[in-house]
Design a protein around this ligand. Sequence first.
Ligand code: SAM
Length: 461
Amino acid sequence: MPSKSLPEAFVSRIKGQRPDADSFLSAIADTPWLSIRSNPFKTPDASRCLTLADTVPWCPDGNYLKDRPLFTLIPQFHAGAFYVQESSSMSLSVALSVALPQLPPHPQCLDLCAAPGGKATLLLSRIGDRGVVVANEVVRSRAWILRENIAKWGSPSAIVTNKKPDEIAASGISFDLITVDAPCSGEGMFRKDQTAIDEWTPKAAADCATRQREILADIWPALKTDGFLVYSTCTYNPDENERNVEWMAEELGAEVIGLPMPDGFGIETLQTTAGQAYAFYPHKVRGEGLFICLLRKTGNSASRHSETKKKSRPRAEIKESKYGSEYTRGLRVFQKGNDLIGFPSSLSTAMVDVTNALDPLLAGTPIGSLLKKKDLALFTPAPELPLSSAFRPGSITEIELPKQQALKFLHGDSDLLLPDGTPDGWIVVSHDGLRLGLAKVIGKRLNNYFPKEWRIKMNID
Ligand code: SAM
């Protein structure tokens, strides 16, 4: 019997759903699994600062942790060397292993419901600079958190937007891959999050299913024919899961594609009338509850959900710049107002297009800004620049600090003990070989340019 107090209607639905309901429900009272995913573009890896246990079987760069550290006090966490992600969510890796090799060169990808950034950073890890990843979040405050996490992940091929699904579809930008990690009734988070239990009602779960269909119908026109859509939720509710997949097949003309989930780790295959989907249950896998399904847009898609026509947009307000290329590697530099932005060369046309169409919060690698439009002498580097994997080492003096000093920097302090011989001017502060942020040295004074909203708020002494 469950030892955590769960809503009666939920318990009775699970009992109707599963013969093993008792062990399922009692597993909700167990301690949740803790796992991280390493950033393939940043070294050294997370094993230097965390006690890693075994690899997550469905995600090669995911690891369980042996103990629960205080991540805030690990500088490498702030450097984007790893992302704390629930292991079941990493199953997106399996869907991407099927979809990405079938996409055209330089695909455009969209993570529609992206905050705080778990699935988007996984997508960025897999796509590198081969394709564009638009990470979108509709709730403004959450979009800023997403922006922070994506900036720290450091991929120059990322764009962060704050749009509603129908606004994206209306923009005329279309995508080869869309992930919809939908807002849901959150039953799979019951073990981790008491609020998910407190907010659950049968009506809230039913409303979620309706809202998910609206989101899917709104974004469907932005998916190209033959493009892929990964649909996931963190709930066990069949109306939000299997029934929505069946609805996508019937209403939108989507085809369900099976996935090579690894055997022997408790992942269940669910048969829908449209094909196979996959479920992670708390008493069977080393992870929380999750549902995932890969779908493809066929040529038979219903016409009322047909693709968006490419809109003609006003002339680009972004122009290629002759300034700033010395700070990055492999990027073409563009100027928007006084700001310099770097895009991977092979993706730059597409990224300029998306930037013009979707008014992003973050686009590519911010390099810095010119005080006057044409004067590099008055250049201020962007706080995100040193975190980018495209930062050119040596273009700004790098100063390595020991852990406690690095934490003081991340806390926003200015009284840092810098090594003798630290020159005046801009410096990049790093720890363990990982770049953390910028400061400016003027004689004995240091100005800390680590963004206020990213700073460690707790006492670090
Ligand atoms: N994919 C994220 C990750 O891996 O870190 C988690 C996404 S969370 C399950 C769902 C997100 O959908 C939330 O950030 C929520 O704000 C957003 N959302 C809520 N209503 C939405 C809507 N109508 N359209 C699109 N996204 C919505």
